[in-house]
Design a protein around this ligand. Sequence first.
Ligand code: PEP
Length: 266
Amino acid sequence: MRKPFIVANWKMHKTVDESVKFVKAIRDQLPDPEEVEVGIAAQAFSLYPMAAAVGKSGLQIIAQNAAAEYSGPYTGEISLRGLHDLGSRYAMLGHIERRRLFGENNAAVSQKVKAALQIGVTPIICTDETMVQKEVNGEIHYVFQQLMSVLHGVSLDQIRRVVISYEPSWAVGVGQHANATLAEEGCRMIRRTIADNYTYEIADKIRILYGGSVNPDNIKEIMAKPDIDGALIGRASLDVDNFLKMVNYAKNEEAQLAKQAPSKKK
Ligand code: PEP
């Protein structure tokens, strides 16, 4: 069974002091890390003090970005070697804002993903593409060009360690209601793409998160979808009470039962 993974993306919000206070406020109220994994992607300068504050909670402290190079003359970049040394197990790579505002392209994200895998940091690969339908021999195929381009050169062994986040551009940061049906469809198609390009066994195990306007009111419906294994949450994750409600969504029995039903459509 794929372990649910709820990730906050704090973007360029919160000072070090605010970040550490937040961790201290939530650390004793998180779900059992054996059942639900929880992480916060924070600004680079907050990662170390936050990591020191997580205690035994199992909270993952996640980088929002990292460079493909481990060290050297790259002013202003964030080193995966440094992140690994700090104990950060995950780095979010290729977020839509990195792509839109800082010109990151597929080739750059791909280099970062491979560098992360090589040093032992799990990439949370963000993909924001809109599915393209293509007819091949009378059959409709969904093409995830962006994702497959980023995964170019990622081996069968490495792909098992990747987390994918599906964040369609129409849903991120717009405050609209997330559409759980479309979110599920996107995640299901990504899983099918992984099955087609790697194996069914890998596709069945890989975790796919959905991101875009998730909040305490819609998280249960989203997490109940069979191909959605977690959520990447922006605005709604900035508030302690909202965040605790969302990470503890699984206390809702219905969502848990639905989650246990295996994904039928591949
Ligand atoms: C994000 O930026 O990753 C995100 C999902 O934002 P929001 O939840 O605010 O749509």
